[in-house]
Design a protein around this ligand. Structure first.
Ligand SMILES: O=C(O)CCC(=O)C(=O)O
Ligand SMILES: [Fe+2]
Length: 207
């Protein structure tokens, strides 16, 4: 994307985020980048280095079955492969723009690959934990195949508090799409998955 187009793209994400506490951005990664990232994810998944997900943050996690069924692998920013380098170049560019324009004071991020096998889900939850409230924004990048269908399930549902009620926003996990939302306020869930669902999930943190 040309520099001015990229700034417009970022600005529309940020405007949505400020107005609605969440934003959906299609095409954050190109089809080619999604293919590279998905192949990378699958290689590592097949090499059996993913772990059953747990509840909690990276350093303090407990495994609770019945809440979430995904398998994850944390990305190590000190040891990135070539494809992950592409990922971080793009993501860090966006984070730098967020910090420059919104003064959010984001100091670091933590990111993991996630694969939800068939028949798994992640029950409604909030992404911050009592011991670590530094997570400010949750970001998810979907790496699913082009032909992902509604029938494949795995929708992300974000619950927006409204006076005396709430609104449920349904997001289909389409390849290349980024979703970003306020980690401290918005509860969300991943609906039952009928086809392996692939993504990179991250949290942008304050001090
Ligand atoms: O993959 C998604 O759409 C959401 C994942 C999620 O809520 C989480 O990992 O905390
Ligand atoms: Fe979450």
């Amino acid at each position: 994307m040309a520099e001015d187009a990229l700034i417009k793209y970022y600005e529309s994400i940020i405007n949505n985020l400020i107005e609605n506490k969440f934003a959906i951005a299609d095409g954050f990664f190109s089809g080619e980048e999604v293919n590279l990232l998905r192949n990378n994810l699958m290689q590592k998944y097949e090499a059996d280095i993913f772990k059953k997900s747990a509840i909690g943050n990276k350093d303090d996690a407990i495994i609770v079955t019945g809440i979430r069924g995904d398998f994850i692998l944390w990305l190590d920013e000190q040891h990135l492969d070539a494809v992950e380098q592409i990922y971080f170049n793009k993501v860090n560019n966006f984070i730098a723009y967020l910090n420059r324009t919104c003064f959010l004071g984001l100091v670091d991020g933590e990111f993991h690959y996630a694969l939800y096998p068939n028949n798994t889900f992640y029950k409604r939850h909030l992404d911050v934990f009592q011991k670590d409230s530094r997570r400010m924004l949750s970001v998810i990048f979907y790496l699913n195949d082009d032909d992902w269908q509604t029938a494949d399930g795995g929708e992300l549902v974000i619950y927006l508090p409204k006076p005396e009620t709430e609104e449920a926003v349904v997001v289909h996990p389409l390849g290349g799409r980024m979703v970003i939302f306020n980690s401290r306020e918005l509860e969300h869930e991943v609906k039952f998955v009928h086809r392996p669902r692939k993504s990179i999930t991250g949290w942008l943190r304050t001090r």
